[in-house]
Every structure is written in C-alpha cells, then in structure tokens.
Design a protein around this ligand. Structure first.
Ligand SMILES: NC(=O)c1ccc[n+]([C@@H]2O[C@H](COP(=O)([O-])OP(=O)(O)OC[C@H]3O[C@@H](n4cnc5c(N)ncnc54)[C@H](OP(=O)(O)O)[C@@H]3O)[C@@H](O)[C@H]2O)c1
Length: 289
C-alpha cells in the first residue's frame, strides 16, 4: 500500500509540532516546512524518538518570502507526486510592523500570502491523491479584524503591540475566507478544505507581547489555556477522522463558548471572499484559476 504523505508548515514548535506528531502516529510520512534547519532537526529527533517508525523530513522555507515559497513548493512536488494532507499551520503574531522581502506587511505575508501561494502550488499533488484534505489553522482572533479592505490588505503598516491584534486578526480572517473560497473552487475534486481555531494555547506565539509571561502564568491556572497537544486535536480530526470525510468549507472552533457567539459577518460575505482571493492571487503572481 502507498504511504500516505502529509505536509505541516511550522511543525517545529507549538501546535504544529503536535499536529506532525499526531500525523506520524497515524502512519503518515510527514514533511515539515520550517525556516530554521536547527529547529527542524530538533523536531525530527524528538518526533522520531517518540513515535516508533516515524518518518519525518524537513523542507526549509521562510513563508513570508514568495521566492522561498515557490522554491519549497517545487522541492515538495519533486519529492512527492501525491499529497494526502496539507496543514497550513505556521503563523506569527508580530507586535511591531515589519516589511517582508516582497514589500508586504510581514505578518500578513507569513500568515496569509505565503500559505495562499504554497497551497495553490501544491494543488496538483493534492488532487492526484484525492480524496485528500487541506486544514488551515486560523483563529477566533478573526473577530478583531475590524475592516478588511482587499485593496490594502497586505500594505506595510506602522503598528505596535496595541494595534497588532487588528492586523493579526485580519490575517486570520483572510485564512478563513481563503479556506471557504478554495473549498468552493475545489468542489468535485475530492480535495476538502477546512479552517479551524485551536483555542487559547500555551505556545511561543505571543512571545513578543509585553507582559506575556505574566499573563500566560495567570491563565495557565485556568481551563481556558490549553496545551499544544490539546490545541492540535481539532486540526488532527479534520485531517484524519472519517466524520469529516467529504466535509468542506467549514470553520471549526475549539475555543470554549465559541459556539454561543454568532458567526462574524465577513464569513458570510461572498463578495469579500472573492475579492480577497483575487487580490491575493495578484499579489503573489498567480494566474486567475
Ligand atoms: N497559540 C494560540 O493560542 C493560537 C490561537 C489561535 C490560533 N493559533 C495559530 O496556530 C498556529 C501555530 O501557532 P503556535 O501557537 O503553535 O505558535 P508557535 O509555537 O510560535 O509556532 C509557530 C510556527 O510557525 C513557524 N513560522 C513562523 N513564521 C514562519 C515563517 N516566516 N516561515 C516558516 N515558518 C514560520 C514557527 O517557526 P520558528 O520556530 O522558525 O519560529 C513555528 O514553527 C498559528 O497559525 C497561529 O496563528 C494559535
């Protein structure tokens, strides 16, 4: 029987490492896309020591840089002609605005434009392996997005910690709109796409936030704060469980109480969804599909 292949971006730490561990336990050959060779090697050593027979490979790329994304997509396609699962997990919450190598806001480039391009470039191998699944790690923080103007969505800005949540929230809203639109475009292909929120998870994501250690310390005594393994559960269900076979275009939140809050308006906005897709495609240089 052919080995199943899964790609996880940002599999070197936090939620991504736990997603990679879960997929390795399920028997997948796991390709981790990461930007540090050293952290990649450490993750491979940890996961292979923990999961008997695990096969983990690393592929280096800084997802905020489009040239790197194109290069790693080509390496992945050369190595694997079929992909069963792609988990777009890598992400950052930057507390201070920075510009990406391509002149975009670096948080938006890392969290949305890089994954948008990578996923589009890997559709061939995903379609070949169908039924196959794409899981996008988004966030309930999409509710902090404020207004999302597609024409200006990746413009470099000048925010600091206080304003950073709006930009982070916008990048996570783009994740969900991307999942919805890609699911629509892939209807009938056998490739499903879903977005999820892992809840509030103790990872290094907010390491730059002033007072992060103190807030984290306080929250760790409450059931609100989850471990990375708990945070990975929903992504693993979407990637593996029979229950989700054929289900596509959804946003699944594991944040306690999220089900009690109405869906955010932009998630019902088809015009916005298409506009974000078209602008993303223009910015990363993808032909209309
Ligand atoms: N923690 C939470 O409470 C929470 C809540 C909702 C959603 N999320 C989402 O969960 C995902 C994982 O975050 P986490 O909490 O597990 O944080 P984390 O421990 O900081 O992990 C983030 C991962 O993304 C990688 N990454 C960051 N920038 C990258 C780049 N430019 N190129 C390639 N890889 C890059 C990191 O690699 P390095 O090791 O090189 O930095 C790391 O492996 C993110 O998408 C985040 O938005 C987290």
């Amino acid at each position: 029987m052919r080995n199943k292949i899964a790609i996880v971006t940002g599999g070197t730490s936090g939620i991504g490492k736990e997603i990679a561990r879960g997929l390795a336990r399920a028997g997948f050959l796991v390709g981790i896309v990461c930007r540090s060779e050293m952290r990649g090697r450490a993750a491979v050593e940890e996961l292979t020591a923990d999961v008997p027979g695990a096969r983990i490979e690393t592929f280096l790329a800084d997802l905020s840089a489009l040239q790197d994304v194109r290069r790693v997509a080509a390496s992945l396609e050369e190595r694997f002609d079929r992909l069963d699962v792609l988990v777009d997990n890598a992400g950052v919450h930057m507390m201070r605005a920075k510009e990406s190598a391509d002149g975009f806001d670096r948080m938006v480039a890392t969290n949305h434009l890089g994954p948008f391009l990578l996923t589009n470039l890997l559709l061939g191998p995903l379609e070949k392996a169908a039924p196959s699944r794409i899981v996008i790690v988004a966030s309930e923080a999409h509710r902090f997005a404020d207004r999302l103007d597609p024409a200006r969505m990746a413009e470099p800005g000048s925010y600091r910690a206080a304003g950073s949540l709006r930009v982070y929230g916008r990048s996570k809203l783009m994740n969900i709109l991307f999942a919805q639109e890609l699911a629509r475009r892939l209807e009938g292909s056998g490739v499903t796409v879903n977005a999820m929120c892992p809840g509030f998870v103790a990872t290094g994501l907010t390491r730059e936030l002033p007072g992060n250690a103190r807030i984290g310390g306080l929250l760790s005594h409450t059931p609100v704060m989850r471990t990375p393994a708990q945070g990975a559960r929903m992504a693993l269900k979407l990637a593996l469980d029979e229950e989700f076979e054929g289900r596509t275009g959804g946003f699944y939140s594991s944040t306690p109480g999220a089900g009690l809050v109405p869906e955010a308006g932009p998630l019902k906005n088809e015009v916005l969804r298409r506009a974000v897709w078209e602008q993303s495609a223009r910015l990363v240089g993808l032909p209309p599909r």
